[in-house]
Write a protein that binds this ligand. Structure first.
Ligand code: HEM
Length: 410
């Protein structure tokens, strides 16, 4: 057992408490750990905290030693995971697989997300972005509205809906399923949550059957046809993968957009730079990913005793990879790593999408969504303003904004 530094016993370190992440104390504690005890045993939670960029990358690159099969979220440490939450990850979600099964599965689905395939989605995606912004009429744009609900939510949700072959007339139902499933992923289980998951799975099963009979040019048809060395995905695997996309690609991208907008609002000088030079948007998105880190952490479980940075890790120990801390690592991003700078050259080195074997499959898609959305937004309403206090999401997993009151056309 490692001794706990005094700051922890003083209550300044509470990574299993959602509200703790919302104040400056979290940044200060992670800074302290990166400098003093970068691989830190958190006695109260029963897991190791991996806080430096190099160590987050190092652990992520060793899936045979540090497994994803025993859980990926903090509340799963010590088997605290509710059954309904496990189900929300989908039957055999790729996120929770280890080699060699993971490699096989990833090979079968990766074709759907190649940068080339994603780049070809731009016109379709821009259409969805325009449509969602055009739904805000000029009088609404002059009054306070919630940026999250009206701007950040629709694009990622409708992109996933379209990818999964959900037609427009079913979008309202899809949003209800999507909201329930995302909540369950965050540990909020309502009486109707189980039914929502079952309804969505049944819906997907019907789409999969239909695409097997008459393939189209969409994601599910691609998954139905995908074949590597004679292997194919069965219906259950495709259903599970679709559910994973819904959970992994929706709230994360929403909060990249909402958190990125908040960063621009709180750093007007950076917004001015961007408006003066729209060519900076690509790097600005990387800086948003770094600065926001929509996913705060994922966990791994050590399958064998090993050593890491001089610490003895026992078989069965859990390790939390704090992407949010790694993305503020002074050794990579410089002494002003806590600031938001859209011209930061090192921004693309962030680990917001993870690293190594489980590197986010949707990274190109999320980047494209954010770029297109900010292009369309800043063209229409370059001077949107805050119109009240943002409400931050209380979550140990997602760095999110629940409500962001703005006036788009002040
Ligand atoms: C800003 C948005 C996003 C962020 C911050 C994000 C973050 C991440 C991270 C950190 C991982 C690594 C998990 C690990 O190492 O265990 C991951 C994996 C994954 N992400 Fe994303 N993601 C985003 C958007 C998306 C989108 C849009 C999709 C798809 C539509 C997606 C699909 C996936 C999948 C399928 C995996 C699992 C890959 C594997 O296990 O091999 N993500 N994501």
């Amino acid at each position: 057992m490692q001794p706990s530094p005094p700051f922890e016993t003083a209550g300044a370190f509470a990574p299993t408490e959602a509200r703790w992440y919302q104040g400056p104390q979290a940044d200060a504690a992670f800074r302290h750990l990166r400098l003093e005890d970068p691989i830190h045993w958190y006695e109260a939670g029963g897991f190791w905290c991996i806080t430096r960029h190099a160590d987050v990358q190092g652990v992520s690159q060793r899936p045979r030693s540090f497994s994803s099969e025993h859980g990926t979220q903090l509340f799963e440490v010590r088997g605290r995971v509710p059954q309904s939450v496990q189900a929300s990850a989908g039957p055999g979600s790729i996120i929770r697989m280890d080699p060699p099964g993971h490699n096989r599965h990833r090979k079968l689905v990766i074709g759907a997300f190649t940068p080339k395939r994603v780049a070809a989605m731009e016109p379709w995606l821009r259409g969805i972005a325009k449509e969602s912004l055009e739904a805000i009429d000029p009088s609404e744009a002059r009054a306070p509205l919630d940026f999250v609900d009206r701007v950040a939510v629709p694009l990622p949700m409708f992109v996933i809906a379209d990818l999964l072959g959900v037609p427009r007339e079913d979008h309202t139902t899809f949003r209800r399923w999507s909201d329930r499933i995302i909540e369950v992923g965050g540990g909020v289980v309502r009486p109707e949550s189980g039914a929502a998951i079952a309804e969505l799975l049944a819906y997907l099963a019907a789409v999969i059957r239909e695409r097997r009979r008459a393939p189209k040019e969409d994601l599910i048809s691609l998954l139905v046809r995908a074949e590597v060395e004679g292997e194919r995905l069965d219906d259950l695997e495709i259903q599970g993968f679709c559910l994973t996309l819904l959970v992994a690609g929706n709230e994360t991208t929403r909060n990249l957009i909402a958190g990125g907008a908040l960063a621009l609002l709180q750093n007007p000088g950076e917004r001015e730079k961007l408006l003066a030079n729209p060519g900076l948007l690509g790097n600005a998105i990387e800086e948003m990913l770094r600065y926001v880190s929509p996913l705060r952490n994922f966990i791994r479980c050590a399958v064998e005793a090993t050593e890491l940075g001089g610490k003895r890790i026992r078989a069965g120990d859990y390790l939390a990879l704090f992407y949010s801390s790694a993305n503020r690592d002074e050794a990579v991003f410089g002494p002003d790593a806590d600031g938001f700078d859209i011209t930061r050259e090192s921004a693309p080195r962030h680990v917001a999408f993870g690293f190594g074997e489980h590197f986010c499959l949707g990274a190109s898609l999320a980047r494209l969504e954010a770029r297109v959305l900010f292009e369309e937004l800043l063209q229409r309403w370059p001077h949107f303003e805050l119109a009240g206090e943002p409400v931050l999401l209380a979550s140990t997993l997602i760095n999110g904004v629940e409500q962001l009151p703005v006036v788009l056309a002040p």
